[in-house]
Ligand binder design. Structure first.
Ligand SMILES: Cc1cc2nc3c(=O)[nH]c(=O)nc-3n(C[C@H](O)[C@H](O)[C@H](O)COP(=O)(O)OP(=O)(O)OC[C@H]3O[C@@H](n4cnc5c(N)ncnc54)[C@H](O)[C@@H]3O)c2cc1C
Length: 400
């Protein structure tokens, strides 16, 4: 590990370094500077010290052999005994990446009574499933799962490890990365393999969403990323597909610091992130009162309303309904997009939608490049006529 070194012969305890440190990582004790765990090795104190008493000792990484690492792994996270959709989404993406790299795709399934789920993961695209099955593992545990992953990484050496950016995934991934002494890109929205280097390009919004940053991890393995749910499509399962199931022994020998007192599940909230039908409106809707038309159509179809960001910015809708890079990623079966231009930040949130019907007056609107069905026309008039047709016929299917 790299670390900050304080030369006690040169340090006079003046405290200039402590004042320069924005992480509160330096304290003066017994007239000498001391560094604590807050240090992020930014190096500001080195420049501040007039006595050259500080230096950073960098770890030499030249011995790390990346070539020993192969295969792509996906953590198959479960909730209430069911594999989460985001894990199936990642298996679909992992399949695509593994084809490009010419390697195997494996899923890692931890829990109790999980064998039948391993077969499901093979059907969804995994070549291998590592299962660690024990009644102690029924409830997601950061400490236990980190320990299992650390041992598995040392033994099997995966090149890439993907996890869902769920509450648990966001807590587990950095612990695994810290143990494996590797990097982690959180909340990715796009993943691809660099054709020349074979490295994983991990893309995520940065600087408050003002730009997209593509991050690589060239010197350590595995290359780790968490991915936001609902961004990548789930591939159709093939139950005739064969794969290997590998059992991992569970060793309960860790010094646990967390004691589970009670497992309380948060009530399920219906959000646009998991809505099956969405009627989304943008600035082309014209006025706040017209949003009621989209709301009406959404309720006739049993769906939710979604909006583009400008409608939130001008106070016409709540941020909970915003779709896109700085809103929710959605993956409905049907998205009816009304008067939305299709800016890149909006498209970032709808790539998981199975069917998109876009209505726009501009035949060249970029939304049409993402849409499956294109309707050039006034969305207000089309919404009105759809509503009256559904009310007349009692069915949306009869209209389309
Ligand atoms: C850092 C950052 C993050 C952002 N995050 C998001 C995000 O999460 N989500 C998001 O949506 N945006 C986001 N944006 C904003 C984004 O760049 C666009 O400005 C926004 O998506 C445009 O919204 P819009 O399509 O509703 O409006 P406009 O771009 O104004 O488009 C209106 C569309 O309606 C059409 N139209 C007009 N009248 C009618 C009519 N009567 N019938 C049918 N069509 C009509 C027009 O032809 C046009 O295509 C972000 C921007 C930045 C800089």
């Amino acid at each position: 590990m790299s670390c900050l070194i304080i030369d006690s012969k040169k340090c006079v305890g003046c405290g200039i370094c402590a004042k320069s440190c924005s992480s509160n990582a330096l304290e003066i004790k017994n007239s000498k500077a001391e560094v604590n765990d807050n240090c992020v090795l930014c190096g500001v104190c080195l420049d501040a010290c007039p006595f050259n008493a500080l230096s950073i000792e960098k770890e030499e990484n030249s011995t790390f052999d990346c070539s020993e690492y192969s295969d792509i792994w996906v953590f198959a996270e479960q909730h209430k005994g069911e594999v989460l959709p985001v894990s199936l989404e990642l298996i679909g993406k992992g399949r695509e990446l593994s084809k490009e790299k010419g390697c195997n795709l494996s899923a890692v399934l931890i829990g109790s009574d999980i064998r039948s789920k391993a077969e499901k993961l093979i059907a969804y695209g995994a070549d291998k499933v590592y299962i660690c099955n024990d009644s102690d593992l029924e409830i997601n545990s950061d400490e236990r799962y980190t320990d299992i992953f650390s041992r598995m990484i040392s033994q099997y050496k995966p090149e890439i490890l993907l996890l869902g950016a769920t509450g648990f995934g966001r807590s587990l991934a950095p612990r695994i990365a810290a143990r494996a002494k590797t990097g982690l890109t959180a909340d990715c929205t796009f993943l691809e393999i660099d054709n020349e280097t074979g490295l994983l390009h991990q893309t995520r919004p940065a600087f408050g969403g003002n730009l997209m940053a593509t991050i690589i991890c060239p010197g350590h393995r595995p290359q780790m990323a968490t991915v936001r749910p609902g961004i990548m499509p789930i591939q159709n399962p093939d139950y005739s597909k064969e794969g290997e199931i590998i059992s991992i022994e569970y060793e309960d020998n860790i010094d646990k610091k967390i004691k589970l007192i009670e497992d309380i599940l948060a009530p399920e909230v219906k959000t646009i992130a998991n809505a099956e039908i969405i009627v989304a409106v943008g600035r082309g809707i014209g006025s706040q009162k017209n949003i009621a038309l989209a709301q009406k159509l959404a309720s006739l179809l049993g769906g939710n309303i979604g909006v583009s960001r400008p409608l939130v910015d001008i106070g016409w809708s709540s941020q909970n309904n915003q779709i896109g890079q700085t809103g929710s990623s959605v993956s409905p079966k049907l998205l009816i997009s009304c008067g939305i231009s299709g800016a890149i930040q909006h498209l970032a949130g709808i790539s998981g939608a199975k069917n998109i019907i876009a209505i726009n007056t501009d035949p060249d609107a970029p939304i049409f490049n993402a849409a499956h069905y294109k309707v050039v026309g006034d969305c207000v008039e089309i919404l009105k006529s759809l509503i009256s047709k559904i009310e007349e016929t009692g069915s949306f299917k009869k209209i389309i």
